[in-house]
Design a protein around this ligand. Sequence first.
Ligand SMILES: [Zn+2]
Length: 225
Amino acid sequence: MLGDTQGRKFDGYVTDYVVFDLETTGISCTTDRVIEISAVKVQGAKAVDEFSALVNPEMKIPFRASQVNHIYDDMVKDAPVFEKVLADFDAFIGDMVLVGHNIHTFDMKFIQRDAFLYWGRVFANDYIDTLALSRQCLPQLSNHKLTDLANHYRIAADGAHRALADCRMNQKVFEKLGEALQSPAVKRNMKICPRCGQLMRKRSGRFGEFWGCGGYPGCRYTENI
Ligand SMILES: [Zn+2]
C-alpha cells in the first residue's frame, strides 16, 4: 500500500501478515537491483497464498551473486522489469503487515527506494524484522541467519537462498518466534516501547541501568528499571 510516509518497524507477533524476500545483484542499497521477489500471505497464522516473480534487472548479474542465489542472466532476460513486478507485489500485499528477515536494513530499503523512484510514493505498510525478534528470543544462538534459525527449530531448509523457499522457511520461523515471545523466560527480560512498539534494551548510564528504546535515535523513550 503506497503512501506519503513509510510504515514503521515494530517488534511483536501478528496472525495476519505477508512474509517477503528479495534476491538482488548484490548488497548495495544504492547501486544493486532486485532480480527476484517472493511473498507468502498468512491469515490466522496459516499460509493462504504465494507470490513469486523473477525480475529483469537491466544489468548483468555479477557471478558472485548468481553463486549465492542460483539466478543467472539467461533466467531473467525475458522477465518483466521491476516497476511492473513491484506494482503486482503492491496489489498482493494490500495494507497487510510485512514480515521478513533482516528487512529493516536490507529488503525494505530496496522496495522503498524503487517505489519512490517509480511513483514518488513509498510503502506505508508497517513491518516486523525477524532478525530483531530472534536476537531477543534466542540469545543463546551465536548466529541468527535464517538458516541458523531453521536449524534451531528443525525446519527444513530446502532451496535456501531462493526467495520463495526463504519466505516459506521464514514464515515457519516467525510462528515459532511468536510462541517464544509468550514464554515467561523471554518476557522477563523483554520490554516493548509504548511509544513506537520496538523492543527496548537494558542500557547502563551514569545513574545505573535503564531501559532504552531499540529504535534510538529515532525514538528516545526510556524507562527506569
Ligand atoms: Zn520507542
